[in-house]
Design a protein around this ligand. Sequence first.
Ligand code: HEC
Ligand code: HEC
Length: 365
Amino acid sequence: MSKFLNVLTASAVAASVLATPVMAEKLGLGRPASDDEIAAWDIDIRPDGQGLPEGSGSVMDGEDLYMDQCSVCHGVFGEAEGRWPVLAGGDGSLSDDRPVKTIGSYWPYLSTVWDYVHRAMPFGDAQSLSNDEVYAITAYLMYLNYLVEDDFVLSKENFLEVRMPNEENFFMDDRADAELVAFAKSEVCMSDCKDNVEITARAAIVDVTPEDADAREARAARLGVDVSEGDEEASATEEEGAEEAAASTTAEGAEQELDMALVAEGEKVFKRCAACHQVGEGAKDRVGPVLNGVMDAPFGHVEGFRYSKGLLDMADEGMVWTEENMAEFLKKPRGYIKRTKMSFAGLRKDEEIAAVIEYLKSFPE
Ligand code: HEC
Ligand code: HEC
């Protein structure tokens, strides 16, 4: 529940603080935000429909968009690939030991689906969807949860007619009053208590959402535990990383000289790839294939990885990854490979592209 409230209030608060010229004056800092700036932040959609833009989208259109941009992680039927979040099913499981909380089984309001998808998805390329696309995908997510038929069209106009199955189980927090009454009436039960309380597991070290090496290290420091995943490359400091890479290239007798400063830059850029790709020793396929040895390799170089048809077609033509076509691909993945499964907007700066390519070169095998 708090997740929903936080999403709603955070942007509302941001908008109101920025909106007061008085604050800017009082603090002697900055300037009042312009209406446009406020509008750019003020994107929350509320359960009563406040904030919804004009627009509409059908289940059918939503299906195409979903297959292209969401199914790699969330599964063709919303059942999820690997440990990415499940988006459909779980009906009636909320009282189980392991409830499956999905949009259909758990989420109280459709407005949160619209808001979340619009705000945060697809992961790695957030806010790239148009309003109509978000309506269409939201309609499709309802369809996946058996809430509507396949000819349904969702729009601003009919949005509030939709009621989510679990809405009733969300209500205003009345503990302040309700508990007072309960405590006043009855003897508090304190029998059979455990003598000592012991922490047996920490939710924080369960790897739910993939994160980059920095976040992992910060968390390790905070918890005072070792959470390394065996990818020393990722957790090594920059210098160490650079040395290691240098050592490994000489060891492997690669002919080309690497620009180690550029490799270090590239390692930073690679954090944006790391949600989906791994490199180095022990690297595994995640959402994207392992990228060891990808430079100079044929397209689709990882055996057993399920590449898109677009990429496989290019592989069939005998395409090989060079600095030139890699740069073109990384600038605009969807422009370079038709309907690629890599849902990543692309790197805007040429320097970043050059750096990350140099970094990829430092993993020749
Ligand atoms: C690269 C993988 C990836 C892709 C592609 C992706 N998502 Fe997600 N999605 C995630 C992750 C990771 C989370 C959880 C984020 C978190 O909790 O911080 C998530 C969470 C969600 C949630 C919330 C689930 C819940 O119960 O909390 C929804 C809804 C969602 N995604 C919809 C979409 C839609 C729609 C698309 C396509 C437009 C999409 N996602 C594309 C990875 C992905
Ligand atoms: C949201 C997940 C995601 C992100 C982020 C991502 N990729 Fe990918 N990448 C993929 C997927 C999925 C594929 C497979 C593409 C296909 O089959 O069309 C892929 C394919 C590739 C390939 C082709 C590999 C081969 O074997 O031919 C390269 C190279 C690549 N990505 C590099 C990068 C780099 C560099 C970054 C960061 C700048 C990055 N990717 C960011 C998911 C991602």
